[in-house]
Design a protein around this ligand. Structure first.
Ligand code: UDP
Length: 351
């Protein structure tokens, strides 16, 4: 029998790519989303790419504990991948309660439900933001986390810890009193970007994008006048920040590898953490010029002051994920930047 994966936040940017890759790998998927930060564009795209019109879609808010519990009772869930969360750093500083309430409560409800249902594995979408400004680069999974600089980052750190504690506490359960052991993996993503090669799913930021790549593609298409490169006086070769940009399809495949490790009983510890990146630092300026070159266009950009809260440089040591998950990033920077542009053009053609 096929294993079934619940993808919370599955209609969003990363969740939709993960749904595609799970189905391609032979999993059944249930998508749950409250649609608070997306429309049906990506879910419709997923159906087209997979040729599957019957993927169960549940419009629920994971902050509703009864709805989450019902979901686990209605479907036999072997693993859950939890994406359903708010993700705007600046907004989290302005509205911390909104972020703590939503991001923590939804995860607590998922964990409660997992604990009450046999054999449930939990994959949490964490972030490289937990490392802050690391003293040594690249960062490994044992690089100490730094105090979070935003409520958003804090919810990622807290959720990792909650998952670790629940895994530890439930290890002793055997189903008596309806309580079961939970196993967990946290994937720490670096900077996801790009879109599916079909250009049927991709990132759909609401309003002015905070992230670099959607800002670049929206500038190229004429939705934004000019890209500001935040800071060119950093202590790096060209003065701009260094990041590890991971293709969203590669990232999605890492989730499939992690889910397989869990459901096939191959975990070495009951709670594991993996960095998911390319292992290669790329500067903002390099990314902009690579985008221009691969897509044969000129981008309107200017250098602007540093953005508060940005770290100078961060990139991943991915050897643990390479070895243990048997996964590595495969798409080139050029392929990814071409896919991001194809997606922006697809959106413009279908507006
Ligand atoms: N960045 C930029 N202009 C923008 C958006 C981002 O220069 O309009 C820079 C930002 O300062 C950082 C990098 O691009 O150095 C990646 O930023 P993003 O917000 O995409 O991800 P972060 O690394 O902050 O999570």
């Amino acid at each position: 029998m096929k294993k079934r994966v619940l993808v919370s936040g599955g209609a969003g940017y990363i969740g939709s790519h993960v749904t595609v890759e799970l189905i391609a790998a032979g999993y059944e998927v249930v998508v749950a989303d409250n649609m608070s930060n997306c429309d049906m564009t990506c879910f419709e795209g997923v159906k087209k790419i997979t040729g599957r019109d019957d993927i169960p879609f549940e419009k629920i808010d994971c902050c509703d504990s009864a709805a989450v519990d019902k979901l686990f009772s209605d479907y036999a869930i072997d693993a859950v991948i939890h994406f359903a969360a708010f993700k705007a750093v600046g907004e989290s500083v302005a509205e911390p309660l909104k972020y703590y309430r939503n991001n923590l409560l939804s995860f607590l409800n998922i964990l409660e439900a997992a604990k009450s249902h046999s054999g449930c594995n939990v994959l949490f979408s964490s972030s490289a933001t937990v490392y802050g400004e690391a003293e040594t680069l690249p960062v490994t999974e044992s690089t100490p986390r730094m105090p979070a600089t935003s409520p958003y980052g804090n919810t990622k750190q807290m959720s990792e810890d909650i998952l670790r504690d629940v895994v530890f506490a439930t290890a002793k359960y055997d189903g008596k009193d309806g309580q079961w052991p939970v196993k967990g993996i946290a994937l720490r993503y670096f900077n996801p970007m790009g879109a599916h090669p079909s250009a049927l799913i991709g990132e759909l930021p609401r309003g002015v994008p905070n992230n670099l790549v959607p800002f670049i593609t929206q500038t190229a298409i004429g939705k934004r006048e000019c890209l500001s490169i935040f800071g060119n006086d950093y202590p790096t070769a060209d003065g701009t920040c260094l990041r590890d940009y991971i293709d969203v399809v590669d990232l999605a495949k890492a989730h499939v590898a992690a889910v397989s490790r869990m459901v096939e009983g191959k975990m070495k510890e009951d709670y594991e953490i993996f960095n998911i990146g390319t292992g290669r630092p790329v500067s903002v300026y390099e990314l902009v010029t690579a985008f221009e070159k691969v897509n044969g266009l000129k981008l309107n950009y200017k250098f602007a002051p540093r953005r508060p809260g940005d770290v100078v440089a961060i990139w991943a040591d991915t050897s643990l994920a390479n070895k243990e998950l048997g996964w590595k990033a495969e798409r080139t920077l050029e392929q990814t930047l071409a896919s991001a542009w194809a997606w922006e053009k697809h959106l413009a053609e279908n507006a």
